[in-house]
Design a binder for this molecule. Structure first.
Ligand SMILES: Cc1cc2nc3c(=O)[nH]c(=O)nc-3n(C[C@H](O)[C@H](O)[C@H](O)COP(=O)(O)OP(=O)(O)OC[C@H]3O[C@@H](n4cnc5c(N)ncnc54)[C@H](O)[C@@H]3O)c2cc1C
Length: 556
């Protein structure tokens, strides 16, 4: 039991001062300057650059959270790297990356995102919270905690050096990452059926993918000719390898694989990784062998994906970051989920602080959070088998981004996550889009089992796809309530037209593909001709010969 008489009192205690905990403290400070906040973090600061943690590539929600919501743009621009978007190479088994299909943008799209050196970032955040008057105790470990429903305060006991401290607070936040203190105590863990493993390490040098070819035409296909600033994905059946540059000068390398296709035992040491890469990504293997004396760390994580039965409680506790859910790093959504959870937690604490009852709201926010989680899970679960498929994968990327930028990002960028009125006014369209996304993921998966395309030496350039680049630009529009409703309606229509066109394209080769689930969701007044232009750029036809059909076909 904690000695409550000698305990120090706070309004909020955050267990764990990693990315989620430190960002939450800054967000709370901005929203409620008078709050007394304690963060207890096991690691001693400053932490090591480069090798501190994974979670280095950000996408648009997280980037907007860091640079605008938390106001950290100066740090991001001056001390981290501006990310040159995502880039994918179908380079399985190939040395010649300049002769394979590349997917990415030939120049920067307009909404920024960043590559984070997590050590540099967390050191900066640690200093920022202290400057903001937050009691940040590093090198301190939580030994006990008690959750108290009702009016009593929660309490913790933590150890710093030889000293034991107790503290109490009205709110207790678990941001301890995979230590999952509250989740384990309350048995909230939830499997999600997505079984993949990851291995990662850092090399103390740049891996400049641009130098993997001498061909000036290939090198200059991108402006600037600096593909190394992208999150580069080298993809193949059942896996992808990442290359992420860090501002400390190191490069982060990782492999994520479906355990059914690439068993964990094939990747659990650096030597095995090199042998595996010799077969699957030989150009990267060669680069790593040349630089292996610069290896800085090596980590392996089995079955990294999981859900959680509850994130927010009316008993004034909540989970943020990996102490709650983690899905998959493929589209780098980890920091997005921190941004979303922290925004809900900040709102709940603010309402509670002002004396409002939060019972019903915690359940509504739980539902919204879960909806983000399920939508995002569907992008990954059972989808790794299509990662080497040239006919389907390029379209899946277009689909996934159109859903992410058109729907999920809109809710965050327009600050609607906690605006129940605005969310109610678009709930029908949101439900339709969510259902359509599930149906499309299943359809793409079916298609990948019957169709494929040739690995042609070319670039599928996202920057030259006008509507797609505009979708990215439009993220930063400031919309009023009416415009927000119009934006969601337009995004929904765009998704439906895209679905229609993708299905038509797939069925022109594979008439047997069943699209009944999709056509039930699509507005019956939309016709194939409405959708005729979005994929007009499509340079990779499914190489499968069209099947003989008995006549014209339409969406069933
Ligand atoms: C393979 C892989 C790749 C990923 N890639 C990306 C990516 O590219 N982009 C992205 O956005 N996300 C990515 N993620 C997710 C990202 O790593 C997480 O979202 C993020 O690191 C979670 O931050 P957090 O604060 O929840 O946890 P952490 O950063 O782990 O922080 C938890 C903190 O709690 C402290 N702690 C634990 N127990 C105690 C205790 N008893 N007492 C005191 N302190 C304690 C720890 O010391 C730690 O600092 C990836 C994840 C994996 C597994």
């Amino acid at each position: 039991m904690t000695d409550r008489l000698s305990a120090q009192r706070y309004d909020v205690i955050i267990m764990g001062g990693g990315l989620a905990g430190l960002c939450l403290a800054l967000q709370l400070r901005k929203s409620l300057p008078a709050l007394d906040i304690l963060i207890v973090e096991r690691r001693r600061h400053p932490v090591a650059a480069a090798t501190h943690k994974v979670g280095e590539s950000t996408v648009e929600i997280a980037a907007n959270y860091f640079d605008t919501v938390l106001g950290l743009k100066d740090h991001l621009v001056s001390k981290q790297l501006k990310k040159f978007g995502f880039r994918f190479f179908f380079s399985d088994g190939r040395e010649d990356v300049d002769r394979v299909t590349e997917i990415g943008a030939s120049h920067y799209l307009s909404t920024p995102s960043y590559q984070l050196d997590r050590g540099i970032f967390e050191n900066f955040l640690g200093e920022a919270v202290r400057r903001d008057g937050i009691d940040f105790r590093d090198d301190a470990i939580i030994r006990q905690f008690e959750l108290r429903p009702g009016p009593d305060e929660h309490s913790i006991t933590y150890q710093r050096g030889n000293e034991q401290h107790t503290a109490t607070a009205r709110w207790l936040i678990d941001a301890t990452g995979r230590a999952e203190l509250i989740k384990r105590r309350l048995g909230l863990g939830q499997e999600n059926g997505h079984d993949a493993n990851a291995v990662w390490f850092r090399i103390g040098a740049r891996i400049t993918i641009d130098e993997w070819s001498d061909d000036p035409a290939w090198r200059n296909r991108c402006t600037p000719p600096a593909r190394w600033l992208s999150t580069n994905h080298l993809v193949g059946d059942g896996y992808w390898a990442w290359l992420i540059p860090l501002s400390s000068g190191s490069h982060s390398v990782g492999i994520v694989a479906d355990s059914r296709i690439h068993p964990s035992t094939s990747l659990d040491s650096f030597e095995k990784v090199l042998t595996w890469l010799d077969k699957h990504q030989p150009r990267l293997a060669r680069e790593l062998r040349d630089k292996q004396d610069l290896l800085q760390d090596f980590k392996y994580l089995r079955s990294f994906s999981y859900g959680c039965k509850q994130i927010f409680s009316e008993d004034r506790w909540a989970l943020s970051g990996e102490s709650g859910v983690f899905l998959d790093p493929f589209y780098s959504p980890g920091s997005d989920f921190i941004a979303i959870a922290n925004t809900y937690i900040t709102d709940l604490i603010a309402r509670d602080h002002s004396g409002q009852s939060i019972g019903a709201l915690t359940r509504v926010y739980e539902r919204f959070f879960n909806s983000f989680y399920e939508s995002t899970l569907s992008l990954y679960k059972n989808q790794y088998t299509m990662f080497g498929n040239l006919a389907v994968f390029p379209l899946k990327i277009i689909w996934d981004y159109t859903y992410y930028w058109g729907i999920l990002c809109q809710l965050f960028f327009q600050r609607k996550l906690t605006d129940i009125g605005a969310l109610s006014s678009v709930s029908g369209e949101l439900e339709r889009c969510k259902a359509l996304n599930f149906a499309m993921q299943a359809f793409l998966n079916d298609w990948s089992k019957v169709g494929n395309a040739d690995n042609l030496p070319m670039m599928i350039d996202h920057a030259s796809l006008d509507w797609f680049a505009e979708l990215n630009r439009g993220l930063r529009d400031e919309l009023d309530d009416v415009e927000f409703v119009q934006r969601i309606a337009a995004s929904s229509k765009r998704l439906q037209m895209l679905a229609l066109e993708m299905v038509t394209h797939a069925q022109s080769k594979h008439i047997e593909l069943d699209s009944t689930g999709i056509s039930r969701i699509i507005d019956a007044t939309l016709s194939e001709s409405d959708a005729a232009s979005m994929l007009a750029w499509l340079p990779v036809p499914d190489r499968t010969q069209p099947r003989q059909s008995t006549g014209a076909h339409t969406l069933q």
